[in-house]
Design a protein. Structure first.
Length: 222
């Protein structure tokens, strides 16, 4: 018998469709939606003008904000046997920091990360969205956040490669604590779950199957 609510996280490079899918999936599941903060990070826009100069403050801000969010969601939702859909997995902090921090900084950052993450709830299911770089760049442009207008294609390429490493079935056990989550990998370069009902059903069916395998209930309770 599960003692905690089902925790589903959606991950993938910038522009992969995490927030969009989190909203659509949660509309179906009627869980609690956990949204990452973005614009509230006071260093993020400066970060994109000078990554080396602002990376440490940017990564630290994202890490501690997510630690607090996950502590709260654990106490108020998951421990009350209610489900959560999140548009991030905290492992993204290691993925970004591994690219943006220098070796010295990243070595120390990882120590701090491991101290805090150890006690945090780990998702039962991770939906890993990947798309090709052209699609990601097109979606970032379409979303048109002011601080992302000069997005560096190489940065997106590096992120995509890091995500591929972290979510590679062979390295999962090294990158996630415990037995690791059920990973649902989806290349959504040609999926339009925003506007196409059958694309949406394709993903929801996979998620419902994973939830059933965990003994959870995915239907809306209302
Ligand atoms: N599967 C999709 N097909 C077409 N457009 C999409 C898809 N997923 C997301 N988008 C669009 O791409 C942009 C980025 O989506 P978003 O959900 O914000 O990505 P992320 O949260 O991964 O950065 C948004 O403008 C969104 O409307
Ligand atoms: N350097 C970091 N940047 C991050 C991190 N998490 C998110 N972000 C940036 C990337 C995008 O510009 C924006 C939103 O991210 P999405 O993946 O939701 O598009 O915030 C991070 O941990 N480090």
């Amino acid at each position: 018998m599960r003692k905690k609510g089902i925790f589903i996280a959606i991950e993938g490079p910038i522009g992969a469709g995490k927030t969009t899918l989190a909203n659509l999936l949660n509309d179906h599941l009627c869980y609690t939606l956990l949204r990452e903060i973005v614009e509230e990070n006071p260093f993020l826009s400066k970060f994109y003008t000078d990554i080396k100069e602002y990376a440490l403050q940017t990564e630290a801000f994202f890490l501690f904000n997510r630690v607090k969010q996950l502590e709260d969601v654990n106490k108020n939702i998951l421990s009350k046997c209610k489900g959560v859909v999140s548009d991030y997995h905290i492992v993204k902090n290691l993925i970004f920091a591994g690219i943006t921090l220098d070796n010295n900084q990243f070595h120390r950052y990882k120590q701090v990360y491991n101290i805090f993450v150890n006690d945090l709830p780990q998702p039962d299911i991770v939906i890993y969205l990947n798309s090709n770089t052209d699609v990601l760049m097109r979606r970032i442009a379409c979303r048109d956040r002011s601080f992302e207008r000069q997005m560096d294609r190489n940065y997106i390429d590096n992120l995509r490669n890091e995500y591929k490493y972290y979510f590679n079935p062979l390295s999962i056990k090294h990158n996630f604590t415990g037995k690791g989550p059920i990973i649902i990998e989806i290349d959504n370069s040609n999926l339009d779950f925003l506007n196409n009902k059958s694309d949406r059903k394709y993903i929801i069916d996979k998620v419902e199957k994973a939830i059933s395998s965990l003994g959870g209930n995915s239907e809306c309770s209302n």
